[in-house]
Design a protein around this ligand. Sequence first.
Ligand code: PLP
Length: 449
Amino acid sequence: ITPDPAAGQAVKAADRAHVFHSWSAQALIDPLAVAGAEGSYFWDYEGKRYLDFSSQLVNTNIGHQHPKVVTAIQEQAAKLCTFAPAFAIDVRSEAARLIAERTPGDLNKIFFTNGGAEANENAIRMARLHTGRQKVLSTYRSYHGATANAIALTGDPRRWPNETGTSGVVHFWGPYPYRSNFHAEDEAQECERALAHLEQVVAFEGPQTVAAVILETVVGTAGILVPPPGYLAGVREICDRHGIVLILDEVMAGFGRTGEWFAADHWGVVPDLLTFAKGVNSGYVPLGGVAISEKIAATFAERPFPGGLTYSGHPLACASAVATINAMAAEDIVGNARRIGEDVLGPGLRELAERHPSVGEVRGLGVFWAVELVRNRGTREPLVPYNAAGAANAPMAELAAACKQRGLWPFTNMNRLHVVPPCNVTEAEAKEGLAILDQALSAADAHTV
Ligand code: PLP
C-alpha cells in the first residue's frame, strides 16, 4: 500500500462533484476514498488498512477480489458481455443449475434480477398472480429493498418517507426474545405466541385476501434475529392451511452467511419462493433472483409471466455467480463460515459481553452476528433510541469511529453493531477484529448508567 493522499483528495472531490449517494443528505456526507481491496481488507489513499467486518453491505461473502471470480469475469467479458434474456446462454443456464441444486426442496426454476429489491418485487408479483390475492404480510423488523413494493414490505424506518398508502402490505411482529412483544419468558413461549399473533393477523385480514407472507429467514439489517426452533415450520403450516405463499428473503442470509448455503437449511423449511442476491456472486457484478417452486412455476407454464428486465440473467453477472459458487464449494467457504461462528465469533463475542456493560446481548450464527448495545443491562434501555439521528445517535457514532480509528470497518444499525465479515474470513482475522472491538467497546461502555 503506497500512500497517495493527493490522489485520495482528487477522488473524493470528483465524488462530491457529481455522485448522488443513497440514503444521504448530500451536503452532510464525507465518503472515504478507497484505493483498493483484497480478501477481508480494503485500504484508503492515506495507506490506512481496514479489516472489513461489514462485508460492505453484507455482500462480499468471498471477500474482495477473489482471483477465480475476477478471472471468470475477465474471460466472460472477452467472450460475450451481454445478451437479452430471451436467448439460451451457457453461463446463465449453468448459474441457474448451480443455484437450483442448492436451494431447498423443489425450488428448481430461477428468475434472475439485478439485485434483492427486484427479486422481492417479482416474488410478490408471482405470489399475487398465483393466488389471485392482493395482501402481503411482512414483519416490522425487516428490510426488503428500496423499490416501490420492496420498501413497502420493509418494516424499518426507511419505509416511512416512501409510503404511498396503496401497497397492500400489512406488518406483524416476528419473534425477538430479547425484546419480546409477547411478554414471553423464553424462546419456546416467544415462538408459540408469535405464531398465535400471526394466525390472528391472518384471520383478521381475511385469509382469502392474503397472497403471501414474506420473511427474512434470519432477519438481517433489522437485528440479526435468529428464529426460535419451530417458528419457521409454524409459519409454513399457517401458510399451507390458508393457501398463502411463503416467501423467504435470503438476500442477506443466503449463500453461506449463516454457515449453510441457505439459512432455511438450518430448520428444514421449504418456502414457495426464495429470493437471493448479494452472496450469490458477492456483488462483483449486480445479480439477484427468485428461486421458484414447481407449483408456482406451473402457474406460468401456459400463461405468460408479466415481468422482465433487460439484464435478467446478464452473462457477466451469471459468469461471476458460477465462479463464486464453484469457489465456495471447492474452498468449503460455507463450512468455514459455520466453524468461524462456532469456534471464534460466538465464544469471542460472548466473552466480550461478559466484560462490557454496554453489551446487552450477542446473537447470531455463522458469520452473521449482532452485538446489541444498551445503556443499562438491567432495564435493557437501548444505547440510542429507535431511529436516533444526530446528537441522539452520538454513542453509536463514537463506537463506529473507535472501530475505524483502530482499523476495523464496522456495520452499525440503530443500537447494534453487526459482526458480518466475509464467509472466508480466517481465524486470525476474526480474532484480530474481536480484539479491536474489545478496545472500541469502551466508547459504548462510557455511556452506560
Ligand atoms: N432483502 C434483504 C434481506 C436485504 O438485506 C437487502 C439489502 O440489504 C435487500 C433485500 C435489497 O437488496 P438490494 O439492495 O440488492 O436491492
